[in-house]
Design a protein around this ligand. Structure first.
Ligand code: NDP
Length: 257
């Protein structure tokens, strides 16, 4: 009898781009990919803010390629990814993480705020995926979009954000079906509650913290490292037949509502 092969979670030899890697979830995911063996190009709007992430990647012994990019500038994405890919020596993985949020009652949302959020979280992710797909080798690659609980759940005062993240789920499914034949898998993670600059205001409110903790079956907020395993899995060959899915990483929140 032939012994079964162990699943291959390694990213050794892979080349990745992570958007929005200057802090928070993007920085954790970039470091996690590097720890799993990938060389990682990282971007954010300001080159100098990428230095901590660059050092974290370098500490794993992998190559770090920082570059400045505002993902709202659709025309700038392909040239920036092309240059980063040249430095990496190829491109196998994209983590579409760059995202912003500004809570506001929907009656007070002005078009500029809508555009800022949707252009970053959804339009930016689409054109980053398009650029990556053009640069990936004929054998294909993997894209992981960073969605949210609001990809599936309504949250008051978060209409533009929820629309962008629900759209990202639709985008994940559409691209997964369209690009499966090219060997490009497209999945998403849906983080639950993680304390970062994006969400810091909420965490300064003890009443909010207590209420939310009561709704999370695991009884704690997420730690950034909690997101790494699922992302590495979706990026790796262990997930070679997984595409078009969103994996919630939320301590059981989605299962409980
Ligand atoms: P942070 O605000 O800590 O980080 C956001 C990152 O995105 C920064 O690196 C920022 O870099 C970058 N960024 C923002 N706008 C742009 C842009 N236009 N172009 C390029 N980069 C940009 O937030 P989080 O780490 O919390 O969020 C990361 C992702 O995770 C987002 O998509 C968010 O929606 C999602 N998420 C977060 C959750 C949480 O609980 N924290 C829950 C669910 C989803 P810079 O400012 O240097 O440009």
């Amino acid at each position: 009898m032939v012994a079964p092969n162990a699943p291959d979670f390694s990213l050794a030899g892979r080349r990745a781009i992570v958007t929005g890697a200057s802090r928070g979830i993007g920085m954790a995911l970039a470091g996690g990919l590097a720890a799993a063996g990938a060389d990682v190009a990282i971007c954010g709007r300001a080159l100098e803010r990428l230095d901590a992430c660059r050092r974290a990647i370098a500490a794993t012994g992998r190559k770090a390629v920082p570059f400045a990019l505002d993902v709202r500038d659709s025309d700038a994405i392909l040239p920036a990814f092309t240059a980063a890919t040249a430095e990496l020596g190829g491109l196998d993985l994209l983590i579409n993480n760059a995202g912003i949020e500004q809570v506001r009652p929907s009656l007070e949302v002005e078009p500029a705020l809508w555009d800022r959020i949707v252009d970053t979280n959804l339009k930016g992710a689409f054109f980053a995926a398009q650029a990556a797909a053009r640069l990936m080798p004929p054998a294909g690659g993997a894209i992981v979009n960073v969605g949210s609980l609001t990809s599936a759940v309504g949250v008051p005062t978060a209409a533009p954000y929820g629309a962008s993240k629900s759209g990202l789920l639709g985008l994940t499914r559409a691209l997964a079906t369209e690009w499966a034949g090219r060997g490009i898998r497209v999945n998403a993670i849906g983080p639950g509650y993680f304390r970062t600059e994006l969400t810091e205001l909420f965490y300064q409110d003890p009443a909010w913290c207590q209420t939310m903790l009561g709704k999370i079956p695991a009884g704690r907020f997420g730690a950034l490292d909690d997101l790494v395993g699922a992302t590495v899995f979706l990026a790796s060959d262990a997930a070679r037949y997984v595409t078009g899915q969103m994996l919630y990483i939320d301590g059981g929140y989605m299962a409980s509502i």
